[in-house]
Design a protein around this ligand. Structure first.
Ligand code: FMN
Length: 199
């Protein structure tokens, strides 16, 4: 990528890289790492799929199983840290925001309606993610199979959770052969305040 002239342009382009990745459903930015803090104070990280980006609302959306450990952590501390890296673009994007956890709402239903059976399988396991088990198989209900009608997948909807994160802090790093660039931003009083920092 070209060097950025202004921090604001850097922030603008970073958001648009994420919007594009979510919309096209591909690229490194579509698979960020999110971090939460667990009950013992450890940072817990995992890869997720970035499902949607709303620039006006500063919102990032992901889907998850409501029974997962990350949800317990978010119920305790509703803050999420995101890490995006694209090997070709050489831009690291770090974002922190406050989350809203949604289950069973109209919005959840609309997003669920767009998921194919394969996508719904992640939410269909009879035991919660992380439950110890004897075998290495996915514990799906007996009636579950790849060619089933979407209506038959209703039981999995109760585990489907939409996590929306409203970002208030951003740290951007651009690795560039003429010199790395880094900028930090905070959302204050209705607008982004940002400045260059030492990379
Ligand atoms: C490429 C990739 C994409 C993933 N996407 C998601 C996702 O969108 N949502 C999710 O909850 N887990 C996703 N996972 C699984 C998580 O990384 C993690 O293993 C799981 O959510 C359990 O995490 P937890 O115990 O910290 O809640 C994905 C994993 C990989 C490798």
């Amino acid at each position: 990528m070209e060097r950025f002239d202004q921090p604001d342009k850097f922030l603008h382009d970073a958001w648009h890289l994420l919007i594009k990745a979510a919309a096209k459903r591909k690229g490194d930015y579509q698979k960020p790492i999110i971090a939460t803090i667990d009950a013992d104070g450890f940072a817990q990280q995992r890869v997720v799929v970035l499902r949607d980006v709303d620039l006006q609302q500063r919102m990032l959306t992901l889907f998850t199983d409501a029974r997962s450990e990350k949800v317990k952590a978010l119920q305790d501390t509703p803050l999420l840290s995101w890490l995006f890296w694209d090997e070709r673009k050489k831009v690291q994007i770090r974002m922190i925001g406050r989350v809203v956890l949604e289950q069973g709402s109209d919005r959840c239903q609309k997003l669920w309606d767009r998921l194919p059976v394969q996508g719904r399988t992640s939410y269909a396991t009879v035991s919660a993610p992380g439950t110890p088990q004897e075998k290495d198989t996915v514990p799906l209900p007996d009636y579950w199979h790849a060619d089933m009608d979407l209506e038959q997948t209703a039981s999995a909807f109760e585990h489907f959770m939409v996590v929306t994160c409203q970002v208030f802090k951003v740290d951007l790093l651009h690795l560039h052969h003429e010199g790395h660039q880094r900028a930090q931003f905070e959302y204050q009083d209705g607008s982004w305040q940002g400045h260059w920092v030492t990379p």
